[in-house]
Design a protein around this ligand. Structure first.
Ligand SMILES: Nc1ncnc2c1ncn2[C@@H]1O[C@H](COP(=O)(O)OP(=O)(O)O)[C@@H](O)[C@H]1O
Ligand SMILES: [Mg+2]
Length: 241
């Protein structure tokens, strides 16, 4: 399993909780090769909030999936707390993925479960006792402003509310990282701003290292830094004031 640094010396050495080195991903479709990532280098210090901004097809999802060990790169490496993901075995990878909160464009909530049950689900998988998980799930739903919607199922919620449930679910296991792929892709701009206000507050107060993929410059502005992506490469970095 990946250990967080314990003493101050290690903290100094591993100041970047995520480090990506010359990451490349080539998809082969028969004879055709697609270079989705063409040599990405990035460093993310603990507690950072990074937006990856780029047009459709620029490799953003591929990068996010590589960071979350949902996809294997062709070459290069992803170091998490200084450990190379490529060197982990399957059970270590499963454990690693549990420490990541994922938020997807299409919410991926379970329709038959209530908001509360959706948020409790990742906690029951790791066998958190029922009382504890219920209490934590309610608190998280309150944090995202859904304290009065906990017994609604996803079909009874608006798009913005669904995404807030997904956010609460992503935070359930107290993740080290929050990885979000176009979290506002299916909600209107006002609701999107409200969601980003919540995410910004969570990042600031709980210091969850956050990486958000988006094609929307207005949404990227909420992050501390913007990495501009094109054709599988980072073109430039912008620091938000
Ligand atoms: N599973 C796959 N097989 C083949 N090509 C893929 C696959 N996933 C993504 N691609 C291609 O890789 C490129 C980057 O895709 P993606 O990472 O999804 O970009 P983005 O998220 O920025 O839209 C695109 O050209 C896409 O068509
Ligand atoms: Mg994508």
């Amino acid at each position: 399993m990946i250990k967080k640094p314990k003493n101050s010396l290690e903290v100094r050495i591993i100041s970047n909780v995520i480090e990506v080195q010359d990451l490349k991903k080539v998809y082969s479709l028969g004879q055709v090769k697609v270079n989705a990532l063409s040599g990405i280098n990035m460093k993310v210090p603990s507690g950072d909030f990074v937006a990856i901004l780029g047009p459709s097809g620029s490799g953003k999802t591929t990068l996010l999936h590589s960071l979350g060990a949902l996809d294997k790169p062709t070459s290069g490496s992803v170091l998490i707390f200084g450990s190379d993901l490529a060197l982990l075995n399957d059970s270590q990878l499963t454990e690693f993925r549990r420490k990541i909160g994922f938020v997807f464009q299409f919410f991926n909530l379970i329709p038959r479960l209530t908001a509360l049950e959706n948020v409790e689900l990742p906690l029951s998988i790791v066998r958190v006792p029922k009382k504890v998980r219920r209490k934590r799930a309610i608190k998280l739903l309150e944090t995202v402003g859904l304290g009065d919607r906990i017994h609604h199922n996803p079909l009874e919620l608006s798009g913005g509310e669904r995404q807030r449930v997904a956010l609460a679910r992503a935070l359930a296991n107290k993740p080290d990282f929050l990885l979000m792929d176009e979290p506002t892709g299916n909600i209107d701009s006002k609701t999107a701003s409200e969601l980003l206000e919540i995410i910004t507050t969570l990042n600031r107060e709980n210091l969850v290292t956050t990486i958000m993929v988006t094609h929307d410059h207005e949404i990227a502005k909420y992050a501390k830094r913007i990495l501009h992506f094109k054709d599988g490469l980072i073109l430039k970095e912008e620091v938000n004031s």
